[in-house]
Design a protein around this ligand. Structure first.
Ligand code: C5P
Length: 212
């Protein structure tokens, strides 16, 4: 039986940094589920397949596996290539495909593997682990999220402006929260953490305290 701390929330809310630091702090394993969607977008792009054409045949050729917090695609470790803006947008587009979500469900559940784990995504507390011991919905205003994104140079295109990043964030929020299956939404029993105006340290401290 795994003990799961679910961290869900919109793009750019600082979830990844918070979830990773929280896992270190609690001595739990850490899994970032967004990287699975990004990996499939990356695989589609690398094989010249349009995001709208992802089907069962394509998915069966993509073997995804976490080894610790590292993600492997067909035996190759993935890294910074997943942070590219086109992988983020592609992930958001393909995440509305039910075949993709069904395919990734067991990968996510198996990655917990009986461990004590912090798992981060959009639907961990609502769909993947609805019985998670602790659930947090981490968010911040779109403007604050755009400012934070802008500070992460690896995540933004070279010619990006504050306005274009804000528009991307709003478009992703819209797609993620309006999709028919597993939309981004706060679980009824999740604690809302609005990080606008809070430092990462403060957020980690606050959540760690609630996990004790
Ligand atoms: O968290 P990250 O920004 O890496 O996620 C990329 C995209 O993957 C999200 O915009 C969302 O569309 C999708 N995603 C999802 N469910 C998850 C994690 C990510 O639909 N559990």
């Amino acid at each position: 039986m795994s003990t799961v701390v679910a961290i869900d929330g919109p793009a750019g809310a600082g979830k990844s940094t918070v979830a990773r630091r929280l896992a270190e702090r609690l001595g739990y394993a850490y899994i970032n589920t967004g990287s699975l969607y990004r990996a499939l977008a990356f695989a589609a792009k690398s094989s010249g397949i349009a995001f709208s054409e992802i089907d069962a045949g394509f998915l069966n050729r993509c073997e995804l596996e976490f080894r610790g917090a590292d993600l492997y695609l067909n035996g190759c470790k993935l890294g910074d290539e997943l942070r590219a803006p086109e992988c983020a947008q592609g992930a958001s587009v393909i995440s509305g495909n039910p075949l993709v979500r069904d395919y990734l469900m067991p990968v996510q559940r198996n990655s917990a593997n009986g461990q004590w784990i912090v798992m981060e995504g959009r639907d961990i507390g609502t769909v993947v682990f609805p019985d998670a011991e602790k659930k947090f919905f981490v968010t911040a205003s779109p403007e604050e999220r755009a400012r934070r994104r802008m500070a992460q140079s690896s995540e933004v295109a070279a010619d990006a402006t504050f306005e274009s990043i804000l528009a991307d964030i709003i478009a992703r929020d819209e797609r993620d929260s309006k999709r028919a299956i597993a939309p981004l939404k706060q679980a009824a029993d999740a604690v809302l953490v609005d990080t606008t105006g809070m430092s990462i340290d403060e957020v980690v401290e606050y959540i760690a305290e609630m996990c004790r």
